[in-house]
Design a protein around this ligand. Structure first.
Ligand SMILES: [Mg+2]
Ligand SMILES: [Zn+2]
Length: 179
């Protein structure tokens, strides 16, 4: 199988820790279906603002997302890149500069190592960005996000879909833990 689709911001400073975030239901509104065009993206403004307030000297900010719509033939990889470019731009406009993103583009039956709950998105980020996953966190709205974090040796921070207050509370627990 192919590796995850990924992007890394040019000039992103090296960090040994990351806050990973899921896309659908965390950064963007959970739509009960695939996002197949930029027009379908609805940003969770308050979640992104909260992510922008994390200690960026300490943590890289990385999206880890399953996008099986590509493997199912509903969206090309290039179109997914265009959508993710829009996510990067939209996050930046709301005060959160993303450092990298990793998307599993495989279908559930492909047996890839990166479709959450498998840990491959996080371990790919670890290998490419030089992260210590034991000092990293994953904010996600699905049990599969938490399972991926557990299998990768990172700390899962569960939130409900589109719940900015929950994200703020999890981030507050993170800062108290890391000091
Ligand atoms: Mg989600
Ligand atoms: Zn995959």
């Amino acid at each position: 199988v192919t590796p995850p689709l990924s992007w890394r911001r040019a000039g992103a400073p090296p960090r040994s820790r990351a806050v990973f975030v899921d896309r659908d239901g965390v950064v963007t509104r959970w739509l009960h279906g695939f996002v197949l065009s930029e027009a379908e993206i609805v940003f969770n403004d308050e979640v992104i603002r909260a992510l922008g307030a994390i200690d960026r000297e300490r943590y890289a900010l990385v999206v880890a997302s399953n996008q099986s719509c590509v493997g199912r033939g509903l969206l090309s990889a290039e179109r997914l890149r265009t959508i993710m470019d829009r996510v990067v731009d939209g996050m930046r406009a709301r005060g959160a500069e993303l450092d990298a993103w990793y998307c599993c583009i495989h279908a559930p039956g492909d047996g890839c190592p990166c479709r959450k709950p498998a840990p491959g998105l996080l371990t790919a980020a670890r290998d490419e960005l030089g992260l210590d996953l034991a000092a990293s966190y994953f904010i996600g709205d699905q049990p599969s996000d938490m399972e991926a974090a557990r299998r990768a040796g990172a700390h899962g921070l569960p939130v409900r879909a589109d719940d900015a207050a929950g994200v703020r509370a999890r981030l507050a627990s993170l800062s108290s833990r890391s000091r």
